[in-house]
Design a protein around this ligand. Structure first.
Ligand SMILES: [Zn+2]
Length: 231
């Protein structure tokens, strides 16, 4: 963190102090003010962005303010005590709001465990729902899939999905954090495996037919994998 902080500040110093035109403009207080304001904003944005990236690859604490992904969007987690004994979780006004019973809320460790469990269940439910919908949607592009394949949700460390020899599919619940296009890529990849049970040339040709930009979508998904897989 310190290292990047230094690099950021140094590049700011370089850009503002190099070149005669900059030195001339720096003599006018109004311009100085404008440059400083602009640069302060830039430094702040960069530090914010970096702090955010750092916080997301660190182990989660399941506290208010953390980022949660859903369908490619970032939501701020808000944890609050429930007025009833019931725990609840919902997307509301750009936040993922989790309420836990007051007794659990007051004990930090049990609150974390509870919030983690609630999130896990919520993501699993959403995965079931969204994947079922995406599979039937994507089947319109894969005429070789005659019957809706059965699928299950299972946490995996290195895979987004898989297809068994009998054609039943497995999906990683963390996939639901990615944009819909990335989910569709994984679904189409597995649906192509129903026709081709390997990564032969024929398989890749089939995939390119149903999703011509799959490489781009895949690299988008891979680029976010570390963040999505962080619980
Ligand atoms: Zn494959």
């Amino acid at each position: 963190m310190n290292l990047l902080y230094c690099i950021t500040v140094m590049s700011v110093l370089n850009t503002t102090s190099s070149g005669a035109s900059h030195r001339r403009t720096l003599r006018r207080p109004a311009d100085i003010h404008q440059i400083v304001t602009k640069r302060a904003r830039w430094i702040w944005d960069n530090l914010q962005q970096f702090a955010e990236q750092q916080s997301m690859v660190l182990p989660r604490q399941y506290v208010s303010g953390e980022t949660q992904f859903y369908l490619g969007r970032r939501y701020v987690l808000k944890v609050s005590p429930s007025e009833t004994q019931r725990s609840d979780i919902k997307l509301y006004r750009g936040k993922l709001q989790v309420t836990v019973s007051a007794a659990l809320y007051d004990a930090e460790l049990s609150r974390q465990t509870k919030v983690k469990g609630l999130l896990k269940r919520w993501y699993a439910e959403k995965s079931q729902q969204v994947l079922s919908e995406r599979i039937s949607q994507m089947m319109t592009k894969t005429p070789w899939v005659k019957e809706t394949p059965s699928f299950r949700i299972m946490e995996m460390k290195k895979q987004w999905g898989s297809c068994s020899a009998s054609g039943s599919l497995l999906f990683n619940p963390h996939l639901i954090k990615a944009p819909k296009e990335c989910i569709d890529y994984v679904v189409l990849h597995e649906l192509c495996h129903i026709a081709e049970h390997n990564h032969s040339e024929k398989f890749w040709r089939l995939l390119a037919q149903v999703m011509p930009n799959w490489k781009q979508v895949k690299s988008q998904l891979d680029g976010m994998a570390e963040l999505y897989l962080n619980d």
